[in-house]
Design a protein around this ligand. Structure first.
Ligand code: SF4
Length: 702
């Protein structure tokens, strides 16, 4: 691979998957630089600081370039050859399997892995290791929205329409999303919406930079979004704003959903949420007066122990007002991780097979087993969800292979998960730097990064994209695909595991054919020529032309249920798993800042990003700060039933007085996830990152 070609590619970070080009510099300290690509429609050349500085991680001085194996004598990680390291991993996994059975071996993936890696990791776990115990960190990201999407529409694709439709809508309700910090180039879609005369309602307990753009900002108490949506639906019905023709012709289940909403009187909803009734009425007027409308959710309503029902309540609002399955209307989820969408479609999820097929569906098992050349009954059944898998480490799950994730920082109740990881018989981690999780491993495998390999991702719109190799990887690192190939051979898998990404994609196309996420008509050639193809895109018969165009907009004619009708699901408000009380009187909510990404494993290694966002903080209202007696910048201890974190106070009137906010990107004493509650949503198995009860203490002596 030449180092002298400018290569069009995509950012390694969030689900927007901004287009960019990489140009070689010839300088060893920064071998490529980012060049804007104004022709890519999603970001039209705009990038945030993370994307702009992404090449810095390629040549970071803390980049891993040789495998590490833990020395039995000193307990330290020491350099090893690839042969030694892979043999040690194969031995560790084989020993566990022999002593405790295949389900004692766990596999944990990530929403940043390419489609090819996610696909092959699921196949590796189920065929080579024979384990059902595989899940990934995307479970912590958008699984509640995915479950609600499936339940209502019969199909989950984050956005069922392109981002470019947003400015053409009449009104957008943005729930629990701070686009200005999480994916800044997307903010322009909201700006254009307003320039076109559309209205923007933002629902967020904090007056974020995104909320400042809104025509109306609703600031509910964290964990009460479900009640808020029910209150709005109550008013829609009471004010005669339902779309009866749409309800009758395209939906089922309205009466039960309607009855649920009518039990939530606006005054009752005001008491639960803290949002005044006049604001509820104003929101209904803005949404229903507009000719079209969208509801977009992100982690705020989703990361709750009732996340699926919360998203369901917002979907019910869309359906009751006829704002779904129509141009410039609908419900959508703003997925977070770079391949959060594709990562959940191709088999690294505990309950799914490639093509977004269900693992417990006999027809799906038969199809995928046929592509893999094995008997359907040889495929294990569904395994534990991400948190349950991590919680079982050291117990029923004795060894773990982990790729593309850093749960020591990102898992809820993180100190407990760190302890579980330490209690394993064997831990192998593939990563680009020595993350906090990799530092606990028995073997660390240094792997290639985004610009050093080719592979596809699927962005939040369902647009399948190609990241192209621009750079030869450093000697001493291998791709994740090579890692699986090497381990499969050592573990006695004789059918081979491909190491070429396009070859893996060709197999993925066959495995996904006929499934809900059908990629069979998508090829590397088409992605290159068309700059992305939206799934579903089934293969047409050989002789037919033109090829299937892909599907930018879903549900316009029918929903993806068996009868083509959307389903209302009746939901009722319920409290968060952990409410405030005298001992823990304040609500903690968590989130992101613009200059860091997820667990920070990559972005904390970039000087420019670190300078902008050097560490954790506790955002709190001036009244709360005064009661506590802390000044801005003084250290505050935040204590929950799971632990204690300490970080400087950031005092602002932009947050509710009963709530504090902490970003979750950092390990150590400021680790927000030390505090968070792993209470799970019963459907999606999403932990309740967004709400738990805490108390505050001064950390510095007065
Ligand atoms: Fe990368 Fe997301 Fe920033 Fe775009 S918005 S440059 S995809 S991190």
């Amino acid at each position: 691979m030449s180092d002298v070609t400018t290569a069009p590619t995509h950012c390694p970070y969030c689900a927007l998957q901004c287009g960019m080009s990489l140009r070689p510099t010839g300088a060893p300290e920064l071998p490529v630089e980012v060049v804007e690509r104004s022709d890519f429609p999603v970001n039209r050349g705009a990038l945030c600081g993370k994307g702009r500085t992404a090449p810095a991680v390629l040549s970071s001085r803390v980049r891993l370039t040789e495998p590490l194996v833990r020395c039995p004598d000193t307990g330290r990680l020491v350099p090893a050859t690839w042969e030694e390291a892979l043999a040690a991993v194969a031995d560790g996994l084989r020993r566990t399997r022999a002593d405790h059975g295949p389900d004692a071996v766990g596999v944990f993936g990530g929403g940043g892995l390419t489609n090819e890696k996610a696909y092959l990791l699921g196949k590796f776990a189920r065929l080579v290791l024979g384990t059902s115990q595989i899940d990934y960190n995307g479970r912590f990201c958008m699984s509640s929205a995915a479950a609600a999407h499936q339940r209502a529409f019969g199909l989950d694709r984050g956005l069922p329409f392109p981002l470019a439709d947003i400015p053409k809508s009449g009104c957008v309700i943005l729930v629990g999303s701070n686009l200005a910090e999480t994916m800044p180039p997307a903010l322009r879609y909201l700006t254009e919406l307003k320039e076109n005369g559309g209205k923007l309602i933002v629902v967020d307990p904090r007056r974020t930079r995104t909320a400042e753009q809104a025509d109306l900002h609703l600031a509910p108490r964290p964990g009460t979004d479900l009640a808020l949506a029910l209150g709005l639906l109550h008013l829609v019905v009471a004010e005669g704003r339902t779309d009866e023709e749409f309800i009758a012709s395209r939906t089922d289940g309205w009466e039960a959903a309607r009855a649920g909403a009518m039990a939530h009187w606006p005054e009752h909803v005001e008491r639960i949420t803290g949002v005044p009734v006049p604001q509820l009425r104003e929101a209904v007027a803005l949404f229903c007066d507009a000719p079209s409308g969208m509801v977009l959710t992100a982690r705020g309503p989703e990361q709750q122990s009732k996340g699926t029902d919360t998203v369901g309540a917002w979907i019910n609002l869309c359906l009751a007002t006829g704002r779904a399955g129509r141009p410039y209307s609908g419900y959508g989820c703003l997925t977070g991780q770079g391949n959060g969408q594709g990562g959940r479609e191709h088999g690294q999820k505990a309950d799914q097979l490639p093509g977004y097929r269900k693992l417990d569906d006999p027809a799906a098992r038969a199809h995928v087993a046929g592509v893999w050349g094995v008997a359907p009954e040889s495929l294990p059944g569904p395994g534990r969800s991400a948190y349950e898998l991590l919680d079982a480490l050291g117990g029923e799950v004795r060894s773990l292979l982990l790729m593309g994730s850093n749960p020591v920082v990102s898992a809820p109740r993180a100190a407990h998960i760190e302890e579980r990881l330490r209690s394993l018989d064997f831990l192998a981690v593939a990563d680009v730097v020595l993350s906090e999780t990799a530092a606990l491993a028995d073997v660390v495998l240094p792997v290639t990064q985004w610009a050093e390999e080719t592979g596809t991702t699927t962005n939040l719109e369902g647009r399948v994209l190609l990241r192209r190799q621009a750079l030869t990887p450093p000697a001493g690192v291998r791709s994740d695909l090579q890692v699986m190939n090497g381990l499969a051979a050592l573990l006695g898998w004789e059918k081979g595991f491909p190491t070429d990404a396009e070859e893996v994609f060709e197999e993925l196309r066959r495995a996904s054919a006929g499934g809900p996420a059908d990629y069979s008509g998508i090829s590397y050639r088409r992605i290159r020529e068309e700059d992305g193809v939206f799934w579903p895109c089934p293969a047409e018969p050989e002789e037919s032309a033109p090829e299937h165009p892909g599907t930018p907009r879903l549900f316009l004619d029918r929903f993806a249920t068996a009868d083509g009708r959307a389903r209302f699901v009746p939901v009722v408000h319920r409290a968060a798993a952990e409410e405030t009380d005298a001992a823990y009187p304040v609500v903690l909510t968590t989130g992101r800042v613009v200059s860091q990404y997820q667990s920070g494993a990559q972005t904390r290694r970039v000087d420019e990003l670190n300078a902008a966002a050097p560490g954790s903080f506790v955002e709190l209202h001036p009244r709360l700060a005064e009661r506590l007696g802390v000044a801005d910048g003084e250290r505050v201890a935040v204590v929950s039933r799971r632990g204690r974190s300490v970080a400087p106070a950031r005092i602002t009137a932009a947050i509710r007085p009963d709530t504090v906010f902490m970003p979750f990107h950092w390990p150590g004493e400021g680790r927000a996830n030390t505090l968070t509650n792993p209470a799970l949503d019963p459907v999606s198995r999403m932990p309740e990152f967004k709400v738990c009860a805490v108390r505050l203490e001064r950390a510095d002596a007065p």
